[in-house]
Write a protein that binds this ligand. Structure first.
Ligand code: PXG
Length: 479
């Protein structure tokens, strides 16, 4: 065997123009197993090699500049190239790169970040968040939620309360618990998921699931009551918690009707079950608030966060632990046998602190709420006139549109045609990153975007929709 190809030298060139794309792609195929990737397919195409980024743009190894409409993967809220985040990491690495938080030990950035997050979380009366549990990702945080919710009910003397209700097409991560909580059938099909005592209800997706003529308001209440039906089906005394994303992200930017969350709150209150708000995408300004539950006016007991807390510059996640759970864990719980090596990692926490300070100084949540969010909404509204667009809507700085065969009857394309993927290919070609979830095209751009940059992005989106339509016509798939 020729070991020189097995142990090829690392590709060290750092400047974009110095990259040998083909060599990197070959090395990538030889050694790197990517998340959610068909490797046979990737080997024939070759991965796109990203080499640098600044502001809202990324560049690949061929020097192509691309407007990043997805903030990396819903996380680079503060935009790329923020020197102060790199400085915070450098300084903390030089002072204390790592120490654990087990064994009655702590570190200053973790303490400061926990206090900062508690101060940013809105409170009402005796309800609110004073405590934080740290992890390194959204998936880990949701595993923590499962452990914590079940531990809470054990301590409350109701150990039979094990069931966690989630929703179809939800995304809560890729660990055993995360993927089980999630409602992605493709994920459940691999690895014997979901794990026991996790069950799902339908999502509040008006475009697809409403009855003919049903208003958004009526549908929102009806969709929330699927939770009540499920609670009654499995027995209220057996239910530990309901988990949901405020707005479903990976599922295709599914924005619930305004009536949905108030009815969910009524139901969880009535049956006394814990409410877990998975804000891995929606927190830290994404919907115009530090935490998304504030936007929709509900009161969760646990809040999952990750991604935007560091603007994705370094992995960090965690769970905001509300008073109801924290008090029981602290007063009655003794040792909670759960934690990660990197819980409260000093460098990750220092970067998060610098990121939150930056977001505060630049008022990124406020900009999304009062300025660029409404502007994006106005612009997206105009897309509804496009022949391919069946629906276009935004919430803060996430947006989605659905590509349809016939607008009037809301007839979708045959899934096998992969129209969304055709559109996505035009986006890449035209220098725009926009994701396709089936035939829903979605964006979640950096919160630093200017109005002029929104105009630039909208121009690209229109151009890609037109190119998709032309392609469908040329292939005889339109009209
Ligand atoms: N909860 C939510 C709501 C998420 O969006 C996770 C948990 C898991 O976080 P980690 O850090 O473990 O990945 C996520 C992650 C997509 C996509 O295709 C979305 C996510 C991750 C990967 C792909 O949109 N969200």
């Amino acid at each position: 065997m020729n070991t020189s190809t097995l142990f090829a030298p690392p590709v060290l060139a750092r400047r974009a123009e110095a990259h040998d794309t083909k060599a990197i792609q070959a090395l990538d195929s030889a050694h790197f197993i990517h998340p959610f990737t068909d490797h046979g397919d990737l080997a024939t195409r070759g991965a796109r090699v990203m080499t640098r980024a600044d502001g809202i743009y990324v560049w690949d190894s061929e020097g192509k500049k691309i407007l990043d409409g997805m903030s990396g993967l819903w996380c680079v809220n503060a935009g790329y190239g923020r020197k102060e985040l790199a400085d915070a990491a450098y300084q903390q690495m030089m002072a204390l790169p790592f120490y654990n938080s087990f064994f009655q030990t702590t570190n200053v950035p973790a303490v400061q970040l926990a206090a900062k997050l508690a101060s940013l979380a809105p409170k009402a009366g005796d309800w609110g968040f004073n405590h934080v549990f740290f992890s390194s990702s959204g998936s880990e945080s949701n595993d923590t939620n499962v452990r914590m919710a079940r531990r809470y009910w054990d301590l409350m003397g109701q150990p039979q309360r094990k069931i966690i209700i989630s929703r179809h097409n939800a995304y809560h991560g890729s660990t055993m618990a995360g993927a089980s909580l999630g409602g992605m059938s493709g994920m459940h099909a691999q690895g014997d998921l979901p794990i026991p005592n996790i069950t799902h209800i339908d999502q509040p997706y008006h475009f697809e699931n409403a009855l003919p003529g049903e208003s958004r308001a009526d549908f929102g209440v009806r969709a929330a009551r699927w939770l009540e039906l499920k609670i009654l089906e499995v027995g209220p005394e057996n239910v530990a918690a309901f988990i949901a994303e405020p707005v479903q992200g990976a599922g295709g930017v599914i924005i619930p009707p305004e009536t949905y969350w108030p009815e969910i709150q009524r139901i969880v209150d009535q049956y006394g079950i814990l409410l877990i708000s998975d804000e891995v995408i929606c927190a830290f300004g994404r919907l115009g608030h530090w935490f998304a539950y504030e936007k929709f006016g509900y009161r969760p007991d646990l809040v999952t966060f990750a991604k935007g807390v560091t603007s994705g510059y370094i992995p960090l996640g965690g769970v905001m632990v509300g008073g109801r759970v924290a008090q029981v864990l602290i007063d009655k719980g003794g040792e909670f046998n759960h934690g990660y090596t990197y819980s409260g990692h000093p460098v990750a926490c220092a970067v998060a602190l610098a990121n939150l300070e930056l977001m505060e100084r630049e008022n990124l949540p406020g900009r999304v709420r009062d300025d660029i969010g409404p502007y994006l909404a106005e612009q997206f509204e105009t897309l509804k006139a496009h022949p391919l667009v069946g629906e276009a809507e935004t919430c803060g700085f996430v947006a989605g549109l659905v590509l349809v065969k016939d607008k009037a009857s809301r007839t979708p394309f045959d899934g096998d045609l992969a129209v969304g993927m055709k559109c996505r290919a035009h986006c890449f070609k035209n220098g725009l990153i926009m994701r396709a979830v089936g035939d829903r095209m979605i964006i979640a751009p950096p919160l630093t975007m200017t109005r002029a940059q929104i105009d630039e992005m909208m121009g690209l989106i229109r151009r890609c929709l037109d190119a998709t339509l032309e392609q469908l016509k040329a292939e005889g798939l339109w009209g």
